[in-house]
Design a protein around this ligand. Sequence first.
Ligand SMILES: Cc1cc2nc3c(=O)[nH]c(=O)nc-3n(C[C@H](O)[C@H](O)[C@H](O)COP(=O)(O)O)c2cc1C
Length: 194
Amino acid sequence: MKATCIVGSARSTGSTAYLIDTITRGMREAGAEVQKYCIGQANIRYCLGCKKCYTDGLCVQKDDVHKIVSDILESDWVVIAAPSYWADVPGQLKTFFDRNTPYGDTNPNRVLRADKPIKGIAIAVRAGVRPQENELILNAIQHYYGHLGIETVKRISVCETDSLEDLLTKHPDVIEEVYELGKNIAYKGERNEP
Ligand SMILES: Cc1cc2nc3c(=O)[nH]c(=O)nc-3n(C[C@H](O)[C@H](O)[C@H](O)COP(=O)(O)O)c2cc1C
């Protein structure tokens, strides 16, 4: 079982990263091969909007995007976690989504696409109380998954979390849930169970 797990935060040591590290740990302990990326630390340039990729499915820019998307499309599972920044995904993650235009189903000439079913998990973290705001983050991730042919099977919303300390003290149940989820997914995947 292969998985790609993405920290969609500017920071690689915060609450979002902790949740990705936790699900990654569960997956690896159950035997999965997991590739992890921190979108804030990756080399990802803005989309230029040139639409050259509409003619040949390739981006004119050479950076980390092609490798990340290649790993995603070779995976059985993808996990993207993002904090709320102004009630949306962080700009770094939005930039990554924009740069997926060569690989999306609206591109008539895409050359790289999934050749098997991929399942997706979306995780949203926010400081505020209302879960409705996290729905926007989860919808953005699910929208991305939809255009890449990834089926969203789980959405996890974490509120009242403005730091790693908040996550550890207020949400040990979520940490446990995410760890078990990672383990179960990988365990079933290794055994080829549905
Ligand atoms: C630029 C910025 C904008 C933010 N905007 C919101 C917001 O609109 N709503 C909210 O609930 N939290 C907001 N937050 C708080 C983050 O969602 C919260 O601190 C989260 O835990 C950060 O994730 P991290 O620990 O992975 O960095 C914002 C944080 C930053 C840095």
